[in-house]
Design a protein around this ligand. Sequence first.
Ligand code: MC0
Ligand code: CO
Length: 137
Amino acid sequence: MIGRLNHIAIAVPDLDRAAAKYRDDLGAHVSAPQALPEHGVTVVFVDTGNTKVELLEPLGDESPVVGFLAKNPDGGMHHMCFEVPDIMAAAKQLQAAGARVLGDGQPKIGAHGLPVLFLHPKDFCGTLIELEESGKD
Ligand SMILES: C[C@@H](C(=O)O)C(=O)SCCNC(=O)CCNC(=O)[C@H](O)C(C)(C)COP(=O)(O)OP(=O)(O)OC[C@H]1O[C@@H](n2cnc3c(N)ncnc32)[C@H](O)[C@@H]1OP(=O)(O)O
Ligand SMILES: [Co+2]
């Protein structure tokens, strides 16, 4: 069902500092910050050619990453995002297999303008999984 690894996300306490590390120390191409209030995060993307790294910091009081950063104050790997051709079909199949789709179960529009959903980390080997609809088979 899953296709390409779209991105690996790292939650950080200070996005500017993290972006500078990737840009200046690792010599990576880092995008401009993008505020995503509906997701409670501000993100930048690091393009590594074969995939991307999403650096994210909390935005607003309701941010879903506040608890994670309280447990991991220096930051840490937060989720992996896989592309799927049909996100509702994928969600239905995963729910039938017992996985919990987070939130109200309806996709939101993610950082790339495409529908995204999240699956509970306790159902996937301790890793939060994001699905992004690629629209391709
Ligand atoms: C814009 C978009 C995009 O790319 O397009 C994005 O990525 S937005 C990226 C930000 N959005 C999201 O993350 C949306 C989905 N996430 C959520 O709904 C939440 O973050 C949850 C995954 C439900 C976790 O929420 P919260 O931290 O409040 O829950 P909690 O403290 O009750 O945690 C329950 C258990 O899960 C663990 N846990 C929490 N977050 C985790 C993570 N990221 N990876 C692995 N484990 C995690 C906790 O340590 C705890 O384990 P123990 O019980 O063993 O201690
Ligand atoms: Co993401």
